[in-house]
Design a protein around this ligand. Structure first.
Ligand code: UTP
Length: 419
């Protein structure tokens, strides 16, 4: 046995992962080498620790929880809106805003083959992908202010190639391509309920992107954070790929944040039902964070402040604004990992690729909002979901392509597609 092979066998023995070698003997030599290399570069210690730690409950003491006050868009007067908007417009016009689109997710719930951003929606008179819809929204700002916003797109190992190819094939939707910057996030192995890493091919361990909170680390390591600084960027607007009503550069939101001296701000939507399965913003030990729905009691959800406002009903819609120094500070902390249970194809014991009926594997993810915990305060700005929130998550749940298109059509006064 070669030293290399012996080393790898030792690793697998040590971490109880010998199943990864089940098909090794039948592999051609290039695939053998690939598998050996991948096993050697896999951080088993990290992934197995995450798996073990994720089984322990993070018991939240509700005494540690306090609310983050919010501003409601509908409560602002016309004068206030004009005032804050003009502050935000000055920022946009001075070329100090960058857009970051978080498009590294797997999109397992939608189950669409290909990067989620390339999923196309068929409206009555046109067809547009999620990427093109976001692109159009940024282009509108560019046209209005006669600028070109730098557009940073985070991809993943799984979708980087296909995403770039899609943009090239569609001529970057007419966006100046030298102002689009792709950067690839990191990934981690997936692990099944028995603590075993899964194979996506007999010769390859399945890795998947490790959450949108990885954005800070990779913005820095890819050199893009430095590039932003060199280009005079002062503010970054972060958003997901799947909300087709996302306002990528909202001068009102920017103006409110700047005027009130915040470094971080998030748009929120009102959580209508007190026990709805939606996480909300709060402070824990005086630091901004998100309270998971499983930790929210009816009493907490119904709690109002002295002015009669609900204290824990501001839901996250993945639309964040951060000052560049807050982004830079966020690169210096390790964010915690959350465990998600997802459906992923795997190679079964017979060596055959199998698509499970439901979730079968754990994925460990950093979330962007966990970076906010490292700050003392942030602005929450509640917006109208009919104007700004039309996400696409799956074909069967409430956030499906039809519900999102319906909202989009109503907002833009478009004819309705057949439901
Ligand atoms: P979601 O939490 O909806 O996850 O991502 P997802 O991976 O897209 O879909 P599911 O859960 O597998 O069905 C919210 C946003 O964060 C991005 C997604 O692309 C989406 O825009 N994201 C998520 C990343 O950029 N990287 C990740 O690792 C995960």
């Amino acid at each position: 046995m070669s030293d290399n092979l012996a080393d790898v066998k030792n690793i697998l023995d040590k971490y109880n992962q010998n199943h990864l070698f089940s098909f090794y003997d039948e592999l051609p030599s290039d695939k053998k080498a690939a598998l050996l290399g991948q096993i050697k570069s896999t951080n088993f210690e990290l992934i197995l620790n995450l798996y073990r730690e994720s089984k322990q409950n993070d018991n939240i003491n509700l005494n540690e929880i306090s609310p983050i006050p919010h501003i409601e868009k509908q409560s602002l007067s016309k004068n206030e809106i004009d005032y804050y908007t003009s502050i935000g417009e000055d920022i946009i016009k001075s070329n100090s805003l960058a857009i970051v689109t978080l498009a590294g997710g797997q999109g397992t719930r939608l189950g669409y083959k290909g990067p989620k951003g390339t999923y196309e929606l068929k409206f009555v008179f046109f067809k547009k992908s999620l990427f093109e819809i976001i692109c159009d929204n940024i282009k509108k700002t560019n046209q209005k202010y006669n600028i070109v916003l730098p557009w940073y797109i985070m991809t993943s190992q799984e979708n980087d190639f296909a995403t770039k190819e899609y943009f090239r094939d569609h001529n970057f939707f007419g966006y100046p391509s030298d102002n689009i910057f792709f950067f690839k996030q990191e990934s981690l192995p997936l692990i099944d309920i028995d603590g075993k890493l899964i194979l996506e091919e007999p010769y390859r361990i399945k890795y998947a992107s490790c959450g949108n909170g990885n954005v800070f680390k990779v913005l820095k390591e890819s050199g893009n954070l430095q590039k932003m600084k060199d280009d005079g960027i002062k503010w970054i607007s972060f958003g997901g790929i799947d909300n087709i009503l996302l306002k990528t550069a909202d001068p009102l939101f920017i103006g409110l944040t700047v005027h009130n001296n915040y470094k971080i701000a998030s748009k929120t939507i009102f959580k209508e039902q007190p026990l709805e399965k939606t996480a909300v913003f709060c402070k824990r030990n005086n630091h901004p964070t998100i309270l998971d729905y499983s930790d929210i009691t009816l009493e907490l959800s119904e709690k109002k402040d002295e002015n009669g406002f609900y204290m824990y009903r501001e839901a996250n819609m993945l639309s964040h604004l951060m000052a560049i120094d807050a982004v830079e500070k966020s690169t210096t902390f390790d964010l915690r990992f959350h465990r998600a249970f997802k459906k992923n194809a795997f190679v079964n014991k017979e060596g055959v690729k199998q698509v499970p009926d439901g979730p079968n594997s754990f994925k460990f993810e950093n979330f962007i909002f966990d970076a906010f915990y490292n700050f003392d305060d942030m602005l929450l700005f509640r917006v109208n979901p009919d104007e700004e929130f039309a996400p696409i998550k799956s074909f069967t749940g409430i956030h499906n392509p039809d519900t999102a298109m319906d909202k989009y059509e109503s907002y833009y006064g478009l004819p309705k597609h057949d439901l």
